[in-house]
Write a protein that binds this ligand. Structure first.
Ligand code: ZN
Length: 238
């Protein structure tokens, strides 16, 4: 039992190629969430079933749960080596926002690669992370790697429209799925922001909070159609 193995070039190449090919495969399954249950199809469940196949291939069982038929979320546990360690939820969402094919230079649901770039709806939000999650756990299984914490791989429906039929439904109806889990990681992050000449990697610890502030600035009274050089709003924005 180990939580690490030396990374060889072959392993790195396979991880990379699987992350890309799985992402492309999932992009090719149209899982558009229109935000309207009446017009949202069964793409989420079809993506979940495909993810389950990738997990099955390395012996990881998974459970599909559906808030309504077609609106599926998928869950799979990977055992950890430390029974006392809190579990880590690594989660992604299987739905994507709509894409109008005429607006695209490539088919949005084909997962085509051009000049080394993968194109399609969901490539960055967020079938890419699902592809990486699957590539990593498949690597774990091939190499006999056991993480210290138990993992819950979660793939949710309906993230793009408030999660009512995905995360919210699962938390209400199947809280047992999260037994033993203490932390969670998902999309957004990994880029840096230059601050005072240093490279800062932000870590989000909360989202969409409210912070009230009273700010005042003085400037000449004017109208939006006639910019002035001493605009109070611009002073505050700056
Ligand atoms: Zn997203």
């Amino acid at each position: 039992m180990t939580d690490t193995v030396p990374m060889t070039d072959e392993m790195r190449e396979l991880l990379h190629s699987e992350a890309v090919s799985i992402t492309a495969d999932l992009v090719s399954i149209d899982s558009t969430n229109t935000g309207d249950p009446a017009t949202t199809g069964d793409g989420e469940t079809r993506v979940c079933r495909r993810i389950a196949e990738y997990l099955d291939e390395v012996g990881i069982p998974s459970e599909l749960v559906e808030s309504v038929p077609g609106r599926g979320s998928l869950f799979a546990r990977v055992d950890g080596s430390d029974p006392a360690a809190g579990g880590l939820v690594v989660h992604g969402h299987v739905d994507v926002v709509p894409a109008v094919a005429e607006d695209w230079s490539v088919p949005p649901f084909a997962g085509e690669i051009h000049d080394g770039w993968l194109y399609g709806r969901g490539t960055v939000d967020m079938k890419n992370m699902i592809g990486m999650m699957l590539a990593v756990v498949r690597h774990y299984r091939r190499e006999g790697i056991v993480p210290r914490r138990p993992l819950l791989l979660a793939f949710f429906a309906d993230e793009e429209a408030a999660g009512t039929m995905g995360a919210r439904w699962v938390v209400r109806e199947r809280p047992d799925i999260f037994d033993g889990m203490t932390h969670a990681l998902s999309e957004v992050g990994g880029w840096s922001v230059p601050v005072a000449g240093r490279r800062l990697y932000p870590i989000a610890v909360a989202e969409k909070g409210v912070a009230w502030a009273r700010v005042s600035a003085k400037g000449a009274a004017a109208h939006a159609s006639r910019p002035t050089s001493d605009n109070a709003v611009a002073a505050i924005a700056g």
